[in-house]
Design a protein around this ligand. Sequence first.
Ligand code: FAD
Length: 490
Amino acid sequence: MTSSPRQPTVAVAGGGLAGLAAGCALAEAGLRVTLFEKRPFLGGRASSYEHPGTGEVIDNCQHVLFRCCTNLVEFYERIGVQDRIRWYDQMTFIEPGGRASVMHTSPLPAPLHTVPSFLRFPFLNAADKLAIARALLPLTLTTQRDTGQPFAHWLEHYGQTPRAIERFWKPILVSALSEDLDRISIPYAAQVVRESMKSPAARHMGVPTIPLTDLYNAAGDYIRARGGELHLRSPVSTFQLEAAKAHLKFTAPTVLDPKFINKTSEREEAFDYLLLALPFDGLERMLPETPESAHLRELLSHFEGSPITGIHLWFDRQISDLDHAVLLDRTVQWMFHKSRLQPSRVLTGDGVKIERSYIELVVSSSKSLIEKSRADIVDLALGEVHEFFPAARDAKLIKSTVIKEVHATYSPRPGIDAYRPPAATLWPRVFLAGDWTATGWPATMEGAVRSGYLAAEALTYAAGVKDSKFLVPDLPATGLMRLFNMRLFK
Ligand SMILES: Cc1cc2nc3c(=O)[nH]c(=O)nc-3n(C[C@H](O)[C@H](O)[C@H](O)COP(=O)(O)OP(=O)(O)OC[C@H]3O[C@@H](n4cnc5c(N)ncnc54)[C@H](O)[C@@H]3O)c2cc1C
């Protein structure tokens, strides 16, 4: 698409999923998009880069999605990377000692499709399973409201056994929401359960087969192909508004040669609209001193971050033939076998495949690790790997690194939804996106893409572009869940 003088111009601040989704949608709708990203690469909290300590290109952390993430799946199709996602319909749970149990889908209708595997799980006894079933019924069949209490209280009320909490609720919810059960709001927990139960496909897990930034560079190409521009290493510092224009202040590299990147200059450019797709703390720092900012600052003051830690280990041999697994009862919650998930990582020497394992271990809500040194975290993780994967005891650790994302996601605490702002702001030319805005979804790639599409819809409406709908419908419920979806059991 070529630019014409009548095309409205829009500056998108932030090259994470929210900014990229919004930028793609707006470029498709015929607006001239200029995207500003402070880092040298796209993807934001879902990105990859060459890690200086190991010399490897690593993801900041393994990212997964589920089929119920319909807007993210549509975004992948839009930018042409859908075949870079490998889908899994099985999930393996491993106990310390190495016993593995697999959750399969059966031919039973939703929400009963995983019941046969669940009943066979050896790591839960009959009392645990009964308690879990008692809690799943209201979570699946009724609407759960925010009572101000955390989900841990709700579980207590529904008589959950300590093992049901430790081996069922924690692995599912702490990973999905990156927060402890005593800090998760009840509707967020209920949403995770309902979304995963609505059809057998909903819980199919997707894993990128290429590094994250390679995946999301396709969104940058999509914007450029529609006449847009991307400015990397270009942090936005603030903005000012006039009746018909928004002035963006940013810093940009003055020399294009990456060896001279520290030469920058302060610049200012005027646009018809601004779309701020920044994390909540980043937005707070760039708000101008105007009365309209006060309300937004008040909302932002209620957000807190929750950490996620990724531990990357390279072994001299294969330590498991699994692509990924949920690990029970220890600090580490997930193992992702990156050398199996990303085929380009298979090492070859003289045309011969070298069978090594590169794994990433993920700890969500990793508050207990933040103060620990990286060496201590690697020691702890290695000890746990030896417990779960006995083959690793004979393997040599070649290299390792630890990535602590201290502000990985916003904490889905009771009451937080009241503070999540919509896309439209008190400034008619300024719109918000980001996983923390009011999307109805927790801090996920799906939530970020939804926020980008919602902001693009609000902006195109303001710009008078007709019929711009970007959000796609949720995954339809199947089986018995169709009845529950009709809210017969409110
Ligand atoms: C460790 C970790 C693991 C996760 N795992 C999963 C997972 O498995 N599945 C899942 O769905 N989600 C996961 N998430 C959450 C997911 O990554 C985020 O919800 C999503 O990527 C947020 O996207 P965003 O665009 O809203 O924000 P961001 O990705 O934070 O994007 C904001 C962008 O703005 C840029 N920026 C900041 N300030 C400025 C400025 N002044 N000027 C210009 N640019 C600026 C930032 O550099 C960034 O690129 C995980 C997150 C983390 C951190």
